[in-house]
Design a protein around this ligand. Structure first.
Ligand SMILES: Nc1ncnc2c1ncn2[C@@H]1O[C@H](COP(=O)(O)OP(=O)(O)OP(=O)(O)O)[C@@H](O)[C@H]1O
Length: 303
């Protein structure tokens, strides 16, 4: 049987204070298989971002992991030395955030920033890296890549900047891409294009994705499986289709109730992202719902 690419096991995370620890995440467990797109969905503050930061080893005080394992390609990332973790972040795991400017240097051209990925992580010469940067811009459908390669980030729209960040993230062909609300800051039509781009590029390269969003519609359009987070716990997990056709947890049903016209076409603004009727009609991919009861918590059905 194929081993999971990422196996998060019983992850606990606390806010460490002088007076004692406050639990932030409790007993989070999920797996992502190679090439799979897995969504984490939940309202603001449910713990999606800190889960991804814990996986990437990017948590800052006063947050700290207090238990569990993050096994990636067979090794527990929580035990890796900072230097190994830094190498892994450049190479095998990449991350994109909501606001592309957090990942871009405003004082450097986008071409140089993409080229740097090839120079630092793949030992390419600057000359070769510049050519690869143009190809990378082309692959993320930035028009006129030979001209755009000389642009500074402020000379580009938000959508183009996010494409540049995607090009940088995928430059080293990572095995896992963590995308934390990558389209939330963009307007609706651009959102749909960027989502489609992530979906197509990762499918073509076999890159697994951990996709984080508060928006079940966005998650449904891109993910094969979904984990639903509520108050620091993963309360329900299932194939996307099964989750939509048979939400078990009261909180999941609440999230779905907030979706426009559920049961007909799932829309996001004016852009149709997924035809939920046809998805639900495809019963072949339905599997048994994994209904999760966190350690020490009451059964979440009534949460
Ligand atoms: N640096 C921090 N210091 C203290 N508490 C934090 C810090 N970062 C996050 N938290 C707390 O951790 C919990 C989970 O936050 P997190 O950002 O992961 O939520 P989220 O589901 O990603 O929400 P959002 O979509 O708004 O980012 C929240 O209660 C938040 O207040």
């Amino acid at each position: 049987m194929t081993e999971p690419l990422l196996d998060v096991r019983n992850l606990d995370l606390v806010l460490s204070r002088r007076g004692g620890n406050v639990p932030i995440l409790q007993d989070i467990s999920f797996q992502i298989m190679p090439g799979e797109t897995y969504g984490l969905v939940g309202e603001s503050g449910s713990g999606k971002s800190v889960t991804s930061l814990a996986i990437m080893g990017l948590l800052k005080k006063p947050l700290k992991v207090s238990g569990g394992q993050v096994v990636f390609q067979g090794q527990d990332l929580l035990k890796l030395r900072p230097r190994r973790m830094r190498d892994l972040r450049g190479d095998r795991v990449a991350m994109i955030f909501q606001e592309p400017m957090t990942a871009l240097n405003p004082l450097s051209t986008v071409g140089r920033q993409i080229a740097e990925m090839y120079v630092l992580h793949q030992g390419k010469s600057w000359r070769e890296a510049r050519r690869l940067a143009i190809d990378a811009l082309d692959s993320v459908k930035v028009p006129n890549p030979e001209r755009r390669v000389g642009n500074y980030p402020h000379q580009m729209s938000g959508g183009l900047r996010q494409r540049v960040v995607i090009a940088m993230a995928l430059a080293c062909d990572p095995d896992l891409l963590i995308a934390d609300e990558p389209t939330t800051a963009l307007d609706v039509t651009v959102q749909a294009e960027v989502l489609r781009l992530i979906k197509e590029l990762c499918a073509a390269r076999g890159t697994a994705v951990l996709f984080i969003s508060h928006d079940l519609g966005v998650i449904a359009s891109i993910c094969q499986r979904v984990g639903v987070m509520y108050a620091g716990c993963l309360v329900e997990e299932n194939d996307t289709v099964a989750l939509f056709s048979n939400p078990r947890h009261a909180y999941t049903r609440g999230l779905m109730g907030a979706l426009p016209r559920l049961g007909s076409r799932l829309t996001h603004g004016r852009q149709r992202l997924v035809d939920i009727d046809s998805v639900i009609a495809d019963r072949s991919v339905l599997t048994k719902t994994r209904f999760i009861t966190p350690r020490g918590a009451a059964n979440g059905e009534s949460a």
